[in-house]
Design a protein around this ligand. Structure first.
Ligand code: ZN
Length: 456
């Protein structure tokens, strides 16, 4: 008995405390809550100072950037304004893949290995260190904009336990302490949706968190069942990870009787921006510099749509400097009515995935398939096309690190999701053609689109 308890303390609770101590998140959050009201010039000065600090550090201790700065004749000491950032090269996923070791700074402490980018069709394996606390603090600040706080009851519609690793299990324990309940979002069968609605009613959360597509589906299900959800005291639904459509926003708001707050961020790029109650999509300007870049690589003026390029100022141990996210957005030079001086983004496009349908009829979030693919080394880009209930095709752009044996793993993973009888056809291609609609869809289902069309 006592040894089991000790194992629990030493194996879970203690590392958890250590992680919190090292992160110093509460102090960071407190300082972010002050700087969000600063005059724009003061905020700008802070960002310039932090950018200079980052560039001086990587010039000294980062093998990749030491070499690159030398090649282009750049010295961090010459930095005069944030616009000078434009002199540095863009960082894309193939460059990170090819320089994974050289991108690690010589003074880096322990780094965690992460994967991401599945929803953009270009998976990436990379490392994260010091910045975790910054991203957590930024998220915490944005939560408090909505008069909700860590520890308030929360329902999270996200991911799936099949993919949970050790790190996620630790998070699950923290979640229990924090009164967060996770409902796996991948398999959204009628029976699951019924159970989820009863969980929401029983818990009466102050906030919801999840993919807009999944929360909208849950909302439509409640409406279809005639279950009233707008009197539970839900204040806000935080949505992230994919494009939020106005129709989804309206459905979620009407069903749950709450506001909908859009968030934009990812593990690779950090906590980039979040919506405030006045409607502004505020950039986490203290930690993140956002540039909107045209197809020629030049920075575009406010109001023009282009690729989101992110420099995260807390990444000295594994730098993300001018990192190409693959997302498209428009920057805005107006100030928000809420009085916060943090600059704004508008119209974030991209990152849209279809639902897929398993052989037994279960409707699943497209991420259920993406998770199978994104942790396999050597996949540079992919597209999954569900042609019918019996056939799903996977188009792969594979790099030199890709091993043919991984194809078996992909087939097995997708069969586990879609059904053992389904044919999975893996095709290696040189590149992926973009869709005629210009939409960024890397999970395309010809089955669910028929279903959606058939449902009123
Ligand atoms: Zn605002």
């Amino acid at each position: 008995m006592s040894s089991a308890y000790t194992a629990l303390i030493s194996g879970l609770v203690f590392p958890l405390q250590e992680r919190f101590k090292r992160r110093a998140t509460p102090a960071l959050r407190a300082s972010l809550e002050r700087s969000q009201w600063w005059p724009p010039e003061r905020l700008e000065a802070l960002r310039l100072e932090r950018l200079r600090g980052l560039l001086e550090r990587v010039e000294r201790v980062n093998p990749y950037y030491r070499r690159r700065f030398g090649e282009i004749g750049f010295a961090a000491a010459e930095l005069r304004s944030l616009a000078d950032l434009g002199r540095l090269p863009l960082l894309d996923k193939p460059t990170i893949r090819a320089n994974l070791a050289a991108l690690r700074s010589e003074d880096a402490g322990r780094l965690a290995r992460f994967n991401t980018g599945g929803s953009s069709g270009e998976p990436l394996i990379f490392h994260i260190g010091e910045r975790v606390s910054h991203d957590v603090a930024a998220k915490w600040r944005a939560t408090r904009w909505w008069d909700v706080d860590i520890g308030d009851p929360e329902i999270v519609l996200w991911g799936s336990p099949i993919e949970l690793g050790a790190q996620d299990r630790l998070r699950a324990l923290r979640d229990a302490l924090m009164r967060t309940e996770l409902l796996p979002a991948f398999e959204l069968s009628e029976a699951k949706l019924d159970r989820y609605l009863s969980r929401v009613c029983a818990r009466r959360p102050r906030m919801l968190f999840g993919y807009p597509s999944a929360l909208a589906r849950l909302a439509r299900h409640a409406a279809g069942r005639g279950i009233r959800m707008d009197d539970l005291g839900i204040r806000v639904a935080f949505v992230t990870a994919e494009r939020l459509y106005e129709e989804q926003r309206a459905t979620i708001a009407a069903t749950f009787g709450c506001r909908v707050a859009n968030g934009y961020g990812a593990r690779d790029a950090g906590f980039i921006a979040h919506q405030c109650p006045a409607g502004g999509m505020h950039i986490t300007a203290e930690d993140v510099i956002v540039e909107i870049v045209g197809s020629d690589g030049n920075v575009l003026p406010p109001g023009r749509a282009g690729e989101v390029v992110v420099t995260h100022l807390a990444t000295g141990d594994f730098p993300f400097i001018r990192y190409r996210t693959g997302d498209v957005a428009v920057s805005d030079d107006a100030l928000c009515a809420c009085g916060r001086t943090l600059p704004l983004l508008r119209e974030i496009q991209g990152r849209s995935t279809d639902f897929v349908v398993a052989r037994d009829g279960t409707v699943m979030h497209g991420l259920a398939l993406i998770y199978v693919l994104r942790d396999i080394p050597g996949i540079e880009a992919f597209k999954v096309i569900q042609e019918s209930l019996d056939l799903t095709r996977v188009l792969l752009v594979a790099g030199p690190a890709f091993q043919v044996a991984s194809i078996t793993q992909i087939v097995a993973g997708l069969k586990q999701r879609l059904g053992a009888a389904v044919t999975i056809q893996v095709e290696r291609v040189e590149q992926l053609a973009s869709e005629a609609s210009g939409k960024y869809r890397f999970i395309v289902s010809k089955v669910s689109s028929i279903l959606e069309a058939a449902t009123p």
